[in-house]
Ligand binder design. Sequence first.
Ligand code: SF4
Length: 365
Amino acid sequence: MMGTTTNIVGAALPALPGVSPESLSAWFVERGEPAFRAKQILDWVWKKKATSFDEMTNLPAPLREKLAVSFRLTALTHAKTQGSEDTTRKFLFRLHDGRYIESVLIPANPALYGEKSDRRTLCVSSQVGCAYGCKFCASGLAGYTRNLDASEIAGQVLAAEQISGERVDNLVFMGMGEPMANFKSLMEAIALITGPETLHLGARHLTISTSGLAPQIRKLADHPQQIRLAISFHGATDEVRDRIMPVNKKYPVAELMDALAHWNSTKKQKLTLEYILIKGVNDELAQAAILARHARSIGAKVNLIPYNTVEGLEWERPAISHCRAFQDVLKKAGVTATLRIEKGHDIDAACGQLRLKQETAEGIV
Ligand code: SF4
């Protein structure tokens, strides 16, 4: 299923999905307008999901004109929807500078965190490309271009709801980019996503995934909101992790585990260790035994994901029977371990693949 839309966003005016309620109130006050105008705009942007300033009929026309020359209504242009048979949909968005990002809407989520649920989860991008260069990842292939700003992060949720006509219940920051490397914009976006006047999604429904930036893990652990955390672990020892995740040279396993122990002592939510199983790289059963020890020490659950083939990369998916044997080692050690058979396997669901194809086709990368 493919669809395109042609709504064009303007150049670099501030985009309303990135403007905080406080800044918006200040903007109106500076112009001698009553403060309740900010509430009206927030309703149009976040609740009614307006697609043009003309829709905002409870605002005087001259004020609508003033808004239209001061702000963009959206941060993203919907370029393409790609969907698979089980209705997982990937949205490709064009940014004001011609770059692309993607978000994936996953309708039911029985395997992701072991919870049986019919909730809709959106997988959100945080950067254009990624500087962390994990060897198995499409996003790392083309390198890092730039951080997304808060409007481009929060705007993905708004746009996904606009396009699908459905409410997003859960967010996972597992799309393109390392969210913890864009900490400031990430936290600004989260304030907008969780704010009562904006999207008002509970912090417990948000999961940040990181490749292991220990200082930011500690910072997030000390943040008052009960945001969830998932670690892209993918190797139980420095030897294996060094081979596939360059971030491990900076924050080796022991340092990462220290930061996770701090998280575990501060937060109520169970940590999740994500582990992509790659044939002959990290799938030895001895790794499973060490992984089980790590998981037990911080009360974490483990989410096993058989590797999704990425064009241009050499790695392979192990046999499912071997994945089950790996899972059994964890279970026998008393660790909750799920084996996730990727829903989006047929739509380039590994982060960054659709965007990479589009940018390659346009000669951007
Ligand atoms: S797995 Fe995550 S951190 Fe690693 S290169 Fe890909 S996007 Fe970056």
